[in-house]
Design a protein around this ligand. Structure first.
Ligand code: GLY
Ligand code: MN
Ligand code: MN
Length: 436
């Protein structure tokens, strides 16, 4: 992502909030894992979206129309000792020269400088949905200003959600963002193919996870976009399973939900395939049903279609299929009305995708499902999960969990499946797994 793109975003934000406003946003903070060891640092997506600045302990301030500069970055000063122990950091000079800040200040000076910047501003935009330390300080600064206010100084009276503006911007992906998402998708599809090919070399789920991670990193992506789910057999029925520590069993299906992160942009793919390389008959029947639902749902993805259409069609296909297989009994329309599918399909069809795997953006506007528009990216991921203990279904179905998930870009004419190179038909999966 080049600096021009960050600059464009800041310009857009300043125009959106207008003169008389100030926007304040803090970076993510380091999180301790255990004594002297931190979790790998990952910048907050909103903060990075506007700044491209990947360090902790920073605060960005935007003041449209400010003569001395509209964009201020508070960050750690350059420290040679810190550089020696922890590595490069921008310092105040770097903040201006490399990251395009109009002015940079030491983060320690925040409390001294911020009240002055709030002077004569009518509105303060800040991320209300995030419980960062700075949010608690904003009222204190306003109070400081109120306390010290000379006559004629205006104190901000409106506090507005920064997310509201920012998340609408993030929902529509620029060509550069789409290019990064394509790369994340491409590398992630390679990883899923490798997992299918090398599964028989693995004894444990986490060994398949190692194949995925190796493929991500080998292609230059430093990290997965979220903890990979590698779930054999009935583990696949646990939606957020990340233990990945069970032994693989021939005869089971393996559900893998994994995607890499490319320069802050996520891929999010799920594939489900047989450990042995061949689906059993019951596995085939259930798998084909999920695939039919997914394909029908993807067909709904085009500009002008309400977000929930793909969910509704998936439910129709799944419910009709469950009746055909004898897992549900009754009249399809009534079963849909009663949500009889819910014990087996309990999540939604997908979500926005971008810098966050569950990306930002409203799904409804004024209570109505939002219409899809070109430039949005979303996942389509129906599944079926038949609990092992569910004695109301025939034993052959129990303990099978299947999900198929792709990443879809809405285009002017319809949509593009960014992750289609990861095999998902029964024939393509079996052919790949038996090719070596
Ligand atoms: N990987 C999380 C999800 O599919 O929503
Ligand atoms: Mn997903
Ligand atoms: Mn997923």
């Amino acid at each position: 992502m080049n600096q021009e793109e960050f600059k464009r975003r800041r310009r857009f934000l300043m125009e959106a909030i207008g003169e008389g406003s100030i926007a304040i946003i803090a970076s993510a903070t380091e999180k301790n894992r255990n004594r002297d060891v931190d979790y790998p640092f990952r910048q907050d997506s909103d903060f990075y979206y506007l700044t491209g600045f990947a360090e902790a302990d920073a605060v960005a301030v935007f003041i449209p129309g400010r003569q001395q500069g509209e964009y201020m970055l508070f960050c750690p000063e350059f420290d040679a000792q810190k550089a020696l122990w922890e590595g490069a950091h921008a310092g105040l000079e770097g903040a201006v020269e490399e990251y395009g800040a109009d002015d940079a200040f030491p983060i320690e000076d925040l409390d001294d400088i911020l009240p002055g910047l709030l002077e004569n501003k009518a509105r303060v935009f800040y991320p209300m949905g995030r419980d960062s330390e700075i949010n608690h300080h904003i009222l204190e600064w306003v109070n400081t200003l109120r306390g010290s206010s000379r006559s004629g100084i205006r104190v901000p009276g409106e506090f507005v959600s920064l997310e509201h503006v920012l998340h609408e911007m993030r929902l529509f992906k620029s060509p550069q963002e789409i290019a990064l998402m394509r790369q994340a998708a491409e590398v992630s599809t390679k990883a899923h193919k490798r997992a299918m090919q090398n599964c028989r070399l693995c004894q444990y789920e986490f060994q398949v996870e190692a194949e995925l991670i190796h493929e991500f990193m080998f292609h230059g992506h430093r990290s997965p976009a979220y903890p990979s789910i590698v779930a054999g057999g009935a583990n696949a029925c646990i939606l957020h399973y990340t233990d990945n520590a069970s032994r693989l069993q021939t005869g089971d299906l393996l559900l893998i939900d994994a995607g890499s992160e490319c320069d802050y942009y996520a891929a999010d793919i799920t594939r489900t395939f047989p450990v042995s390389g061949r689906f059993s008959e019951p596995q085939k029947l259930l798998y084909q049903l999920v695939l039919d639902a997914q394909l029908a749902a993807i067909e709904q993805v085009q500009p002008g279609t309400p977000w929930n259409c793909s969910h509704d069609i998936a439910i129709e296909v799944l419910t009709a299929g469950l009746v055909e297989l004898g897992i549900l009994t009754g009249v399809v329309s009534e079963l849909i009305e009663q949500e009889a599918y819910k014990p087996y399909y309990m999540h939604r069809i997908g979500h926005w995708l971008g810098m966050d795997v569950h990306d930002v953006g409203d799904y409804k506007i004024d209570g109505q499902w939002r219409l899809l528009e070109a430039g949005m990216v979303l996942t389509i991921e129906p599944g079926l999960y038949i609990p092992e203990q569910d004695t109301s279904v025939a034993p052959q179905w129990r303990g099978i969990g299947i999900r198929i998930e792709d990443d879809i870009l809405v285009t002017e004419k319809g949509c593009e499946v960014l992750t289609e190179a990861a095999p998902k038909t029964i024939a393509a999966i079996e052919a790949l797994m038996q090719a070596n």
